[in-house]
Design a protein around this ligand. Structure first.
Ligand SMILES: Cc1cc2nc3c(=O)[nH]c(=O)nc-3n(C[C@H](O)[C@H](O)[C@H](O)COP(=O)(O)OP(=O)(O)OC[C@H]3O[C@@H](n4cnc5c(N)ncnc54)[C@H](O)[C@@H]3O)c2cc1C
Length: 385
């Protein structure tokens, strides 16, 4: 459950709710249709400390629980899903640096990330390797006191606005299995050879920059190897992905809730056959189903967040939450469209945005096919005698 006993948690969730109602809702549709980066909103989010939520106080963060983080992400996504995505890669990289970084790395990166003035991107995916992370080709070879990195990365969220890139590379091309030869290395913006080659135009998730990156003889000091030991990168990014899946699950709950809240409000106003459409059983039963799915999804996300808060491995819970929440979100946004009739199909209502945003959630942070594999492997661990 969200940590309501904690005053700081209650305060931040209600502050974010107010921010979304007053600042985000009035501008989100216009910014989204223009595909414009929400610079002013991001600045306000940084001032509210939202980029530091899960970074501990020692490094200038708010040190809030993942349960509170989940509740905040739900609120942001209710206003505009892209805002939750702008925070996501920062939270993943911040978590990875705090969990696995050397002391010097924590001191160098965490206070800067916590301020929200400089932000991080998280890059695993390559043009020929998405689900199959083991197939990445980007290499980092050691030359004295630095690594030389070559390769290309695809679908880098926040890739133009980021100041640091956490990049999964192969430091041992001959490792068997290949995942044992992978390392996570942080590249700073402006390093020679790191080039954003293009911005990817998307169906939804607008405003947020998603780019392709080229890495051509990029030289970084060996002190940028996360944790200082090669071969740990795959396990580190898998743990980071659990944080990402809490974000994506919460986003799904937020988008579904926004669609539901718009639909139920409309069902009381719109009349057909002499009464509000809410009074037609087909409509109110659909709304009851939408609501029930959202409530169930939120509990799953909170369960995963609580497990992460206890410092326990949460691949099963995060996988289940991400799978269920993103699938119900997809159903709920379509049900919202049905409720609006023809108006739902226009660009005048927010329902069309939810309809375009929702599919990313069944793909991002590992497709739902991959979630099922993650879940099945965890079940094997638990149940196979
Ligand atoms: C808007 C957006 C933002 C993104 N942001 C980031 C980011 O910031 N950082 C990052 O690293 N990545 C990011 N991604 C990449 C995303 O994580 C990948 O797109 C996703 O993991 C799928 O990889 P792929 O696109 O290569 O699809 P593929 O791996 O080629 O998959 C294609 C299809 O095959 C299925 N499939 C593949 N393997 C299996 C299998 N073993 N069993 C069953 N089915 C399988 C998949 O489920 C899918 O349906 C982003 C993607 C998008 C669209």
């Amino acid at each position: 459950m969200v940590d309501t006993a904690n005053k700081a948690s209650r305060v931040i969730v209600s502050e974010v709710k107010r921010f979304v109602d007053k600042e985000v809702m009035p501008v989100a549709t216009e910014l989204e249709h223009k595909n414009e980066y929400p610079a002013a909103l991001v600045k306000q989010m940084a001032q509210m400390g939202l980029f530091s939520m899960t970074i501990s106080g020692e490094y200038g963060g708010l040190g809030l629980s993942f349960s509170t983080y989940a509740a905040v992400i739900e609120e942001l996504a209710r206003g505009w899903m892209s805002l939750a995505g702008i925070i996501n890669t920062n939270a993943i990289v911040g978590y990875m640096v705090e969990q696995y970084g050397a002391k010097e790395q924590k001191e160098r990166f965490l206070p800067v990330l916590a301020k929200g003035e400089k932000r991080a991107a998280f890059t695993l995916t390559e043009p020929d390797a998405g689900s199959d992370v083991a197939a990445i080709k980007t290499t980092a070879t050691k030359h004295g006191d630095h690594y030389r990195i070559n390769g290309s990365k695809m679908f880098v969220s926040n890739g133009s606005n980021a100041h640091f890139y956490l990049v999964l590379c192969k430091t041992d091309k001959h490792a068997n299995p290949p995942t044992r030869g992978m390392s996570a290395i942080i590249i700073e913006k402006g390093t020679t050879g790191l080039v954003v080659t293009r911005e990817i135009d998307k169906l939804g998730y607008k405003g947020l920059d998603t780019v392709a990156l080229n890495l051509d003889d990029v030289e970084v000091p060996i002190t940028n190897l996360l944790g200082g030991k090669e071969g740990q990168g795959f396990q580190q990014v898998m743990s980071g992905l659990e944080v990402g899946r809490i974000n994506v699950g919460s986003r799904a709950v937020g988008v579904a809730r926004a669609a539901f809240e718009d639909a139920i409000a409309y069902s009381f106003q719109r009349h057909a056959f002499g009464k509000p459409i809410f009074e037609h059983q087909a409509v109110h039963m659909r709304l009851a189903e939408m609501y029930s799915k959202i409530e169930a999804a939120r509990l799953l996300v909170w369960q995963a967040a609580e497990k992460k808060d206890r410092g326990e491995r949460s691949d099963l819970e995060a996988g289940v939450a991400k799978l269920f929440a993103s699938e119900i979100c997809q159903e709920v946004v379509v049900d919202a469209l049905r409720t609006f009739g023809g108006y739902g199909y226009t660009k005048e209502l927010r329902a069309e945005r939810y309809y375009r945003d929702a599919p990313l959630l069944i793909i991002g942070e590992g497709t739902n096919d991959i979630q099922k594999i993650v879940i099945a492997r965890a079940l094997e661990r638990i149940y196979k005698k």
